[in-house]
Write a protein that binds this ligand. Structure first.
Ligand code: NAD
Length: 368
């Protein structure tokens, strides 16, 4: 059994799918692990560390010539051509936007697993790349935004005067939002947050932030995710957010509704009433943005307010994002590895939903 870890080639991708600690575990289990030269370099993991862990350093072609290829970003069309027929792939695949890629993998008889389709269940928690990478993104969003405000966020009492604490407002308190709250609190800011799921209020308060109450707004769907708001609830949210946002120094937006564009929470009119120097970091930029003025991958300035729409934020912290991703991948692979062989049980509650191609067939979207 041979695993391959190619160097990531997507632009601005600095993570690596497998870290030396996971390589060492697989090598001890009798697996040959082939890591492309330089695969960890942009995550600050030197080739020598992979060699010390028992990996073989190989070329791109050899990294794809494996029973199981482990990647972060979905392979390019050119890379699909390098797979072994009958091989397997574990990677982020953006399945909803990758119909051609999934067909190409099926045609090549590659069994592919999309890491973002991991079920959000207790049993699969240690394989959950959505949570691990959202944790990194929530942290980094605060640092990105804080460094653009032109202000100090902690309260400081110095010989040069007293500086009041900055105000941070977090919209959407899921995994990324809760980490943003915790990070902003550690920096010393006064933090408030809002989410449409009422259950989140206690979690927000336990992190030392205040929950912005908006009467008659609650939208929780199956699986603990948010649902879209009806028109009158949405109007109440916009009114309350509009009032609260005017004196904030940093606004982090993370609101998402699975399978839908991100909900609009910050209008251009609200931005025009914010104070100069305020910063919005829109972590929902890739799904349309929570702010009307967000441009994915760009920075927009409006009346002195800066709106950041960063994409692939976890890649900004490549070492720890890779460490967490690698641990998630390792746990999933160990789950499907039985006595040195990959065993794909399509009826399994974790493996089934994650498998997008098997035996030459496309299995995504799933028929219910
Ligand atoms: P997400 O990325 O889908 O959304 C981010 C947040 O935006 C959510 O908290 C959501 O409620 C909120 N939101 C949506 N519309 C909004 C609006 N109009 N205004 C304000 N906020 C809005 O969410 P996520 O971070 O992936 O987590 C979703 C849920 O999954 C949570 O309940 C989380 O606890 C749960 N979860 C479970 C597991 C597990 O059991 N393994 C793992 C991770 C997450």
């Amino acid at each position: 059994m041979r695993f391959g870890v190619p160097r990531e080639t997507a632009s601005r991708e600095r993570r690596v799918a497998l870290m030396p600690a996971a390589v060492s575990r697989f090598v001890k289990a009798g697996i040959e692990v082939a890591v492309e030269q330089g695969a960890g370099a942009s995550a600050f993991v030197a080739d020598t560390l992979y060699v010390d862990a028992g990996a073989k350093l190989v070329s791109t072609r050899e990294a794809f010539d494996a029973d199981l290829v482990l990647k972060v970003q979905r392979p390019s069309a050119e890379e699909v051509g390098l797979f072994r027929s009958g091989g397997s792939l574990v990677s982020l695949l953006q399945p909803a936007a990758s119909a051609d890629l999934i067909s190409a993998l099926a045609a090549k008889q590659v069994t592919a697993f999309a890491m973002e389709l991991v079920p959000r269940t207790t049993k699969a928690q240690s394989m959950d790349v959505l949570s691990s990478q959202a944790t990194v993104a929530g942290y980094q969003a605060v640092l990105l935004g804080a460094s653009r405000t032109g202000r100090l966020l902690p309260m400081l009492t110095t010989a040069a005067g007293t500086i009041p604490p900055g105000k941070v407002f977090v919209l959407g308190a899921g995994v990324a939002g809760l980490q943003a709250i915790a990070t902003a609190r550690r920096i010393g800011a006064v933090v408030s947050a809002f989410d449409v799921r009422p259950v989140v209020k206690e979690q927000v308060q336990s992190l030392g932030a205040t929950f912005v109450e908006i009467p008659q707004v609650a939208a929780e769907a199956a699986g603990g995710y948010a649902a879209a708001l009806d028109d009158s609830a949405q109007a109440r949210v916009l009114e309350a957010v509009g009032k609260h946002i005017v004196d904030q120094d940093l606004v982090i937006t993370t609101a998402q509704i699975p399978g839908k564009p991100a909900p609009l929470l910050v209008t251009a009119d609200m931005v025009s009433r914010m104070r100069p120097g305020a910063v919005i970091v829109d972590l929902a930029a890739e799904t349309g943005g929570n702010c009307e003025l967000t441009k994915a991958g760009e920075t927009v300035e409006r009346n002195g307010v800066t709106i950041l729409g960063p994409i692939n934020v976890p890649s900004d912290i490549p070492y720890h994002a890779s460490q967490m991703y690698s641990k998630n991948v390792q746990t999933f692979v160990e789950y499907i590895l039985k006595e040195g062989k990959l065993v794909v049980d399509l009826e399994d509650a974790i493996t089934g939903p994650m498998c997008v191609t098997a035996a030459g067939e496309v299995r995504y979207p799933r028929k219910t």
